[in-house]
Design a protein around this ligand. Structure first.
Ligand SMILES: O=C(O)C1=C[C@@H](OP(=O)(O)O)[C@@H](O)[C@H](O)C1
Ligand SMILES: C=C(OP(=O)(O)O)C(=O)O
Length: 431
């Protein structure tokens, strides 16, 4: 009912060429999925404007419905979420599709109800580690049965917020889930202590969304602990929330502009908490000509892009667009944070090396560093997304400066975050 289905072919061919014009950033799935969670736990009425339509967004809407929220689309395109009487059904089975954030954020929330819940997923999610739940949820009163730290998982019990210490090095998403669950349970005078937290800006986004929805927000002690105080918190009223434009998807558009055009990307908030606005640092370091204005960025292909260096440990999703950019920067660009890439939709360091080598780009690894040697032009080739949306988009952008067509197999992986990606790229193309 809510899925604005955009058809994306399984194989896409991208011809080299220039891009020009204006484009709107897609809705951020990080912002949209958090909005869904916040709307559910608010036990109130929320209006979500600029809702996302990606597969991950759809998975989150599906989940909040299963957990008892009523969701309807309004004539102006916004979503009305009524969770005032939300009650999860008995014997629930939740399929999170391929969404890592979805499963890690909603599992602790689903664990708040005392009935057993079976948690499943599809595709790449089946291979991603979930052992955090086996280790942590039992300490919060939840029984967990997993398949050696992988899906499917069965939980039951009724989560009780307690002082707890967790490890945040694998993913920030588990902490996001606990923060939502603790807020939903109106946790008071309890602390989540976190060791080695990575992807910190994503936690800023979580705290921001909790605040925007009038929910209980913990005190952040330098990302080492999050303390829910015992202060009184008024029950949330009706909330109007606008989903932010997506810096992660827009990073591909900005790189397309930097290597092959003159485009303006609209709908991006430079004050956003999103991790991936850090793409601007790489673009500036590479010598792009850019004009950053309120809510839009104009970028054009500069002659003589130069190699850049960046630490992407806390914004791991930027690796694919950074590699596409580095492919056209003279010299060796260095991207730090390779260790963060192993457990995404694909093992991204490996898949970037494999697919970009087909395009003639030399990428090497030195422990936590990825080194990319730039060229003037990449090769025409047939590449494969490995069912990873960001690999498909990185290859498509690189194809704009290829010697001939680049064919992308399993190109429809983009539906996970940015279903309109190829349509937007074609719309920008100089005919
Ligand atoms: O919270 C989020 O919205 C996300 C957090 C990041 O994951 P990690 O915390 O696992 O790095 C990021 O890679 C993912 O695409 C979205
Ligand atoms: C890793 C990603 O998402 P998730 O972890 O939410 O599946 C991504 O979008 O690149």
């Amino acid at each position: 009912m809510l899925n604005d289905n955009i058809q994306v072919p399984a194989t896409v061919s991208i011809s080299p060429g220039r891009v020009s014009g204006n484009v709107y950033a897609p809705a951020s799935k990080s912002s949209m999925q958090r909005a869904c969670a916040a709307a559910l736990i608010s036990k109130s009425i929320s209006r979500i404007y600029n809702p996302g339509i990606s597969n991950d967004d759809m998975a989150s809407l599906h989940v909040i419905r299963l957990l008892g929220a009523k969701v309807s689309r309004q004539d102006n395109g916004s979503l009305l979420v009524d969770s005032s009487e939300a009650q999860a059904a008995k014997d629930l089975q939740i399929n999170f599709g391929e969404s890592g954030l979805g499963i890690r954020m909603f599992t602790p929330i689903a664990a708040l109800n005392k009935f057993p819940v079976k948690i499943t997923g599809e595709g790449s999610l089946l291979c991603r580690p979930m052992y955090f739940f086996d280790e942590v949820l039992p300490q919060l009163n939840v029984q967990v049965k997993s398949s050696q730290g992988r899906l499917p998982i069965e939980i039951s019990g009724g989560l009780v917020p307690k002082d707890i210490t967790i490890d945040g090095s694998l993913s920030s998403q588990f902490l996001t889930g606990l923060l939502f669950a603790y807020a939903a349970a109106d946790a008071q005078d309890v602390t989540i202590t976190v060791n080695n937290l990575n992807s910190r800006p994503y936690i800023d986004l979580t705290l921001k969304v909790l605040q925007d929805f009038g929910l209980r927000v913990p005190v952040n002690n330098d990302y080492k602990s999050f303390h829910f105080t015992s202060s009184q918190c008024a029950p949330p009223g009706e909330v109007h929330y606008t989903v932010e434009g997506d810096w992660s998807g827009a990073a591909f558009l900005l790189v397309a502009g930097a290597v092959a055009g003159n485009i303006t990307v609209k709908g991006l908030d430079t004050f956003s908490a999103q991790a991936d606005k850090k793409i601007l640092e790489a673009l500036m370091d590479a010598g792009c000509s850019m004009s950053v204005r309120e809510n839009e960025i104009e970028i054009s292909a500069a002659a003589g892009l130069k190699a850049f260096q960046i630490n992407a440990t806390d914004c791991p999703d930027l690796f694919p667009p950074l590699v596409a950019l580095a492919s056209f920067c003279t010299g060796k660009s260095v991207i730090e944070g390779v260790h963060r890439l192993a457990h995404k939709e694909s093992d991204r360091a490996k898949t970037l090396m494999e697919e970009f080598s087909k395009l003639g780009v030399n990428i090497s690894l030195q422990d936590n560093l990825m080194i990319v040697e730039g060229l003037q032009q990449v090769r025409s080739a047939q590449v494969h997304s490995h069912n990873d949306h960001r690999i498909a988009m990185a290859c498509a952008v690189a194809a704009l400066r290829a010697g001939g067509d680049v064919i992308i197999e399993q190109a429809d992986a983009v539906k996970k975050s940015y279903p309109a990606f190829y349509r937007d790229l074609e719309m920008l193309r100089v005919k």
